[in-house]
Design a protein around this ligand. Structure first.
Ligand code: ZN
Length: 329
C-alpha cells in the first residue's frame, strides 16, 4: 500500500505493534499512526485500559514523521467536552487528534465547533464519528469545508483521517493529509451498533464492495451483475493493474460468512489504485477543487442515466459525494 499510495496511516494498538515489527527491517518513512483511542474521558480510559500506552512517546520512539495525541471524542451537544478536547495538554510538536460527532458539522453546533477550533493553535487531526457516513447528512459537506477553512490558519497543518472518499477533495483543497480507510471500519469513527444494525452490518460482509471512480463511491459487488448485459455503459471493466482485465462481474456474488481474505486484498488494491488515479487526474487540472465538483456532478448524471436508460437503480453515488456536485459548463 505504501508503494501504491505513497503514505500509509496505521491505527490503534495493532497498528503500533505492526510499526514496531516493520521498524526492525525497513525505514518507517511515510508511515504514521492514528492512535484511535478517541476516549470520551481520557483519564478514566487510561485507568481502564489493560495496557496504558504513552502514544506520543511511542510514535516519537519510532521516529514517525507525524506524532498524534491519543485522541479525544466529542459527543453530540457536549460543549464542555469540546472545550476539553481542544485544551487537554499535548506534547510540543504533536498534532491534536479530535473525533467530532457528525452533528458538529451542521446547524447551530457548527459555529460553536468553529469557535473552539479557532481557540486552539495546535496542528489538528480530525476524525468524524457516526454510525455510517458522517458527511451524509444535509449540509455536512459544507460544514466540513467551513470547519477546515477555520482550522487552516497559515503554518497550521490540518488533517482529515478515516474518511471514505472525502480525503480526495480535502487533499485537493490543500489539506495537510487525508486518509481513506481500506476497510469500512476505517472510514469513520464508528459508533456502537444496535443489534438490528449489527445484523445489517454482518450481512454486508458477505458481499464484496469496490470503489468505482465513475460513481465516486463503493458499490456492492452483487449489484454489478445488472450492468453486465450492457457493455456500452462502460462500467463492467476496470483498467487497473490489480484487476488485470477481469470483468467486475466476478464480484457479483455472495460468500458464506464473509468475503475471503484474498479477494478482499485484491479489492483493496483495486480501490487504492482507483483513488490515486482519480486524485492524480484531478490534481493535474488548473482548478482541482472545481474539477472535483464537476466529477461529482458527472457521477450524479451517470447514476441518473443508469436509472432512466437501463432501469438500474442499485448503483448509487453516496449522498456525501452528491452534495459536492456543481454543474460546470
Ligand atoms: Zn480495478
Amino acid at each position: 500500500m505504501r508503494a501504491r499510495i505513497g503514505a500509509v496511516t496505521l491505527s490503534g494498538e495493532s497498528g503500533l505493534r505492526a510499526l514496531q515489527t516493520l521498524a526492525r527491517t525497513m525505514s518507517l518513512e511515510d508511515f504514521d499512526l492514528d492512535p484511535a483511542q478517541y476516549a470520551v474521558n481520557p483519564k478514566k480510559h487510561a485507568q481502564a485500559a489493560l495496557i496504558d500506552i504513552d502514544w506520543e512517546a511511542a510514535q516519537r520512539g519510532l521516529g514517525l514523521p507525524v506524532v498524534r495525541s491519543a485522541g479525544i471524542a466529542v459527543r453530540k451537544d457536549d460543549h464542555e467536552q469540546l472545550r476539553a478536547a481542544m485544551r487537554t495538554p499535548i506534547s510540543p510538536g504533536s498534532r491534536r487528534l479530535v473525533s467530532l460527532h457528525s452533528s458538529w458539522l451542521r446547524g447551530p453546533a457548527l459555529p460553536v465547533a468553529i469557535a473552539a477550533v479557532r481557540n486552539s493553535d495546535d496542528p489538528l487531526s480530525f476524525v468524524f464519528a457516526d454510525l455510517f457516513d458522517p458527511f451524509g447528512g444535509a449540509g455536512a459537506v459544507d460544514g466540513l469545508q467551513y470547519l477546515l477553512a477555520a482550522a487552516s490558519a497559515p503554518e497550521r497543518p490540518v488533517e482529515l483521517l478515516r474518511t471514505d472518499t472525502q480525503a480526495i477533495p480535502f487533499a485537493l483543497a490543500g489539506g495537510a493529509r487525508g486518509a481513506i480507510g481500506l476497510t469500512s471500519q476505517g472510514r469513520h469513527h464508528p459508533l456502537p451498533f444496535s443489534s438490528k444494525l449489527k445484523k445489517e452490518h454482518d450481512d454486508r460482509q458477505r458481499s464484496a464492495w469496490l470503489w468505482l471512480p465513475e460513481l465516486l463511491g463503493w458499490q456492492r459487488g452483487t449489484t454489478l451483475g445488472a450492468i453486465e448485459p450492457f457493455p456500452e455503459i462502460g462500467l463492467a471493466d476496470c483498467p487497473c493493474p490489480p484487476c488485470d482485465g477481469e470483468p467486475l462481474s466476478v464480484y457479483a456474488r455472495e460468500w458464506p460468512g464473509q468475503v475471503p481474505q484474498k479477494v478482499r486484498e485484491r479489492l483493496q488494491d483495486h480501490d487504492a489504485d482507483r483513488w490515486m488515479t482519480t486524485f492524480n487526474r484531478l490534481r493535474a487540472t488548473s482548478d482541482p477543487l472545481q474539477s472535483w465538483a464537476a466529477a461529482c456532478a458527472r457521477a450524479v448524471r451517470v447514476e441518473a442515466e443508469l436509472v432512466s436508460e437501463y432501469k438500474i437503480s442499485a448503483l448509487r453515488v453516496p449522498t456525501s459525494i452528491a452534495q459536492w456536485a456543481v454543474e460546470t459548463s
